[in-house]
Design a protein around this ligand. Structure first.
Ligand code: NAP
Length: 292
């Protein structure tokens, strides 16, 4: 067997097409262009690339993007001031603070300061709380990207056993919340999964992963998921982005696992491009919410 590829790159292109049409309609109806402000502190090369890709994607779908570039030595108070100013600016609909922030900055305080209506990453506790209560405002980008990748490939999670490896606040935990919901905006098949969340203190990990109909890796360790950890025919989604000798590899040992899995998402070209598409979707939703 060779797994079917879950191609995030072409799907992201398709989604961006759809978003571009909705942006055009929005601009016609409101005479306002949805605008994302990206806050980039310092010169971390990976962050530079992420912000550039996000801004390019905005422009591709007809939205505006602003870059607020700040020096690495900026103080907590100064950065709070920048966020407050963006919160007040009616011309900015979405605010993205690129992580990681330098060590003198308390990231949580900064993320908490972003106005919940402009919080297109869905990191604000109000938005996280809403997700947990099943009445989301904005969907967290990477988890929603995973759901889209499954949904658009016709793969339902309802009544399936899903195992997630990773419990971070930006991937594993919100993904678990979305998958175990009673209802999903994407339809019946995209809710009601039975979810197991694993982490570094989970004993007998391979025993658990082998029970998964859908296995989602968000570990941050190159080729962590080996073929022995995967049930034959399982759906495997690789969220990992790891740099190994100048190359980007996922959390899944792609070559070995593709011989066992039924479906497998590649890295690069899997979840990554969808994360950006979901950010665009949230920015458009944020602009709409601020018109009301
Ligand atoms: P993170 O905050 O470092 O979380 C990693 C999780 O993996 C933690 O919960 C950790 O457990 C768990 N873990 C680590 N070692 C383990 C082990 N040996 N066995 C079982 N669990 C283990 O990372 P993250 O932010 O969630 O990101 C995960 C990966 O996804 C990274 O490679 C990141 O670059 C990538 N990512 C990709 C996108 C995208 O757009 N595709 C977006 C965000 C992140 P503990 O909680 O016990 O420490």
């Amino acid at each position: 067997v060779t797994a079917k590829l879950l191609d995030g790159k072409s799907l992201a292109r398709e989604l961006q097409h759809e978003i571009a049409e909705r942006v055009m309609e929005f601009v016609q109806n409101n005479a306002v262009t949805p605008t994302l402000a990206a806050v980039l502190v310092g010169t971390d090369p990976a962050s530079e690339v992420y912000v550039r890709n996000k801004r390019r994607a905005c422009e591709k779908v007809g939205m505006e993007s602003r870059l607020v570039r700040l020096p690495p030595e900026i103080s907590q108070d100064e950065l709070m001031g920048v966020v407050a100013k963006l919160n007040r600016d009616d011309g900015v609909h979405g605010i993205l603070v690129q992580l990681p922030l330098p060590s003198q900055i308390q990231a949580t305080r900064i993320l908490d300061a972003v106005h919940p209506l402009k919080d297109v990453d869905a990191f604000h506790p109000e938005n996280v709380g809403r997700i947990s209560q099943g009445r989301p405002r904005y969907l967290p980008c990477t988890p929603q990207g995973v759901l889209q990748l499954l949904f658009r490939n016709g793969l339902a999670v309802a009544e399936k056993r899903v195992v997630i490896i990773g419990r971070s606040d930006i991937v594993g935990k919100p993904l678990a919340l979305l998958l175990m919901q009673r209802e999903s905006a994407l339809g019946e098949g995209m809710a009601n999964a039975t979810v197991t969340v694993c982490h570094s203190r989970t004993p007998n990990l391979p025993t658990l992963t082998r029970e998964a109909d859908v296995l989602i890796a968000a570990v941050g360790k190159p080729r962590f998921i080996t073929a022995e950890m995967v049930r034959a025919g399982a759906i495997v989604v690789d969220v990992g982005i790891n740099r190994v000798n100048e190359q980007i590899v996922g959390d899944v040992d792609f070559e070995a696992v593709k011989e066992v899995a039924g479906y497998l998402s590649p890295v690069p070209g899997g979840v990554g491009p969808l994360t950006i598409a979901m950010l665009l979707q949230n920015t458009l939703a944020a602009a709409a919410a601020q018109m009301a």
